[in-house]
Design a protein around this ligand. Sequence first.
Ligand code: RIB
Length: 287
Amino acid sequence: MTQTLLVLGSANADLVVEVGRRPAGGETVLGGDTVVLPGGKGANTAVAAARVGASVALVGAVGGDGYGSLLRESLESSGVDTALVKTSSRPTGIAYITVTPDGENSIVVSPGANFDVSPSDVDGLSFEGAQVLTCSLEVPLETVVRAIGAASGAGVRTVLNLSPVAELPAETLRQLTVLVVNEHEAAQLAPDWSDLLALGPDSAIVTLGARGAAVVQRSGVVEVPAVEVAEVVDTTGAGDAFAGALSARLAEGDDLVKAAKYAAKVAALSVTKAGAQPSYPTAAEVG
Ligand code: RIB
C-alpha cells in the first residue's frame, strides 16, 4: 500500500428527500423528488480526505449493482484508491435520508454489502507507508476491532469516528489515537468530556455542529471555534467531512488542534451544499 491514509467503513447510496417536517408514527407526509447521491460514512470520509489532497484508500464493499457503480465512480473521480473495495453478492448499502428546511437530516441505513466487510478482509492488509487508519461503524464491529488492533500493532495512528455509537472492547479503546464523537455520542459514553480519556484513547474530539469542536487531550480541552456560513443547506455527512479532513491533516503531520481547526472549516463548507460527498470542498476552496 502506498497511501498514507487508510479508511475502513461503509459506502451507501443516499436516497434523499426534502420534507417540510418528519412524519410521526403511523403518519404519511409528502416530500420532494428523490435524489440519489453517493454516501456512507466510510466513503464520505475517504472522499473528504482525498478532496483536500490526502493519498487515501478505502477498505469496504459495495454490491454488483448500479448503486455500487455510482459509489466507485464518486470515489475514483475524487482520487480515492478503490482496490480494497470488494464487490459483494449483497446489494449496495442504502441510506434513506429526510432533510428538513433547517438543513437537519435523519437517516435509516440498510447496510447490505457493508456487513460483508469481514475481519479476514483486514487480516491481509499491509500498513506499509500508512500514517493513519480511520474507521467508522456502519461495518461489522469485529472488523473494526481487528483493523484498529492491527494498525496499532504496526505503529499506525488510529482515528475512530464512533458513529453510530457501539460498545467497544476496552483494549480497542486503549489502541485509539483519536476518538471522534458528536456531543450526543459523547454524552452516552461519559458524564464529562475529559472523562472520555478515562475510557482509553490518547485523545478525543467532540464535534459540536455549528458551535465548532472541542479537542480533549491529557493537557486539557481546547475549543475550536465554529466557522460561520451564510446558509445551512444540508448537514448530511458533515461529521464525515470533519473526520476525513482531520485524518488527512494528521497524515500530513499536523498536530491535533491544527488538524481539528482545518477539519472544522471543511465541515462548515460541506453544509452549504446538498448531499454528503458532492458537498465536500477541495483544498483550494478551503483556502
Ligand atoms: O454520515 C452521513 C452518512 O450516514 C450518509 O451519507 C449515509 O449514507 C449514512 O451512512
